[in-house]
Design a protein around this ligand. Sequence first.
Ligand code: PLP
Length: 433
Amino acid sequence: DDNLSESDPEVRTIIDKEKNRQFRSLELIASENFTSRAVMEAVGSCLTNKYSEGLPGKRYYGGNEYIDELEVLCQKRALAAFSLDAKKWGVNVQPLSGSPANFEVYTAILNPHDRIMGLDLPHGGHLSHGFMTPKRRVSGTSIYFESMPYRLDESTGLVDYDMLEKTATLFRPKLIIAGASAYPRDFDYPRMRKIADAVGAFLMMDMAHISGLVSAAVAANPFEYCDIVTTTTHKSLRGPRGGMIFFRKDPVLGVDLESAINNAVFPGLQGGPHNHTIGGLAVCLKNAKSPEFKAYQNKVVSNCRALASRLMELGYKLVSGGSDNHLVLVDLRPLGIDGARVEKILDMASITLNKNSVPGDKSALVPGGIRIGSPAMTTRGFREDEFVSVADFIHEGVQITLEAKKSVSGSKVQDFMKFVTSPDFPLIDRVLD
Ligand code: PLP
C-alpha cells in the first residue's frame, strides 16, 4: 500500500492534475507560494504519525524525544529568522494556521466581549481581525469579541491613523491589530504603539502576508513596537501551511504572555501539534537565514514595483498609488468592470489571481478590484521584465473582459460567467492565445 499510484489512483490523478495546473499557470495570488522539495519531504514524513500534546520536555505522551528535539530546533530557528533575542521573545510554533493563531492570541489576553480594533475586511484586513457586517457577526472573532474596525482614508488608500486614534480614544479597545491581507503599504508601528499606549491596549501585528519580507528586513520591523506578532508560514515565508505566535517574555499590561499564549494554544484551542508541519517549518526557517532568501525577498519587492509601474503606465488606478511590498491592488471601477469578471477571464487563460474589494466598494461578491502578488512567480524565477509582461497579459485580459461584457445580455455577473464558459463565447481564442 506504500505507493499512491497503486493504492489510490483516483487521488494520485487529482494531485497530478493540480500539479499540472500549478505548473502551467501564472500564479499571482498574493498569499500563495511554491515551497521547496525539502519542506515537502519533511511534511510528507513519518512525523505525521506522532502525538505530542504539550511543549518540549512537558508532554502528555511518551516517545517524544525526537519530536522535542525538532520543536526546540524549530523555535530556535524561528527566533533567529527574525533576529530576536531569546531572552526577550518567545515563540509558539504549534498553531495549525493563521486564523487559529490569531484566535489563540485573543483568548489568551482577552475576556469574552472585550473590545478589539483591526483593519476592516473591505479595506484590506483579514476575517480573523474581527470582521462583521451590519447584519451579521461573520467571524468567530466578532462573535466572541466586540469589534470596531478601523479603515483606510479612501482618498489616499492609506490607513487613516487619525481616525483610528479618535475611535480608539472613544472605544477604548483592549487590543489593536496591525496587519492585512490586501494592503500594499507598510504599517506605521510607532504611531500604532502610541495609540495603543494612550488607551492601554495590547498591540499585535499579524504579519502573515509579509513575514518573508520582515525576515529579510525588506519591510519595517514590527517586533520593535508590538507585544505580540502572529504569522502564517506559507505565504511570502515560503514554508508549509501553518502558523506561529511570537510574544514578549516580559509581562505586558500585567499579563505573562508566554504562559497565557502557550496555554491558549494547548489545551485551550488545540490538541496534538502537527509535527510534520513543524518539521517543514524548521526547514523553511533555516532557509530564511540564507543569502539566497534575502535576495529572493528583495526580488519579490522589486518585481512587484515593476508590475505596479507598468500597470500605472497602462492607465490603471492602484489603491494607494503603488506598492511597497509584494502586492498591488487594482481599482477597476473607473473602467466600468469588476474584479469577479476579470478574475474569471484570466482564470480561463491560466492566469490565477483574485477579485478583491477596494475602498468604497458596495459588494464583497462582485468587488471592484483585483489583487496581484509577486511571491510565487518570483520563486519560479521571474524578474522585472517578466513582471512587465505579466502586467501586459493582465491588460489584455481586462480588454477582453470589457469586450465580453458588451456582448452579454443582462448585467448580472452570473450571466457573464455562463456566457464566457459556453461554447458560443466568441472571444475564447483570444483568451486562450
Ligand atoms: N492573517 C492574514 C493577514 C491573512 O492574510 C490570512 C490568510 O490569508 C490569515 C491570517 C489566515 O491564515 P489561514 O488561512 O492560514 O487561517
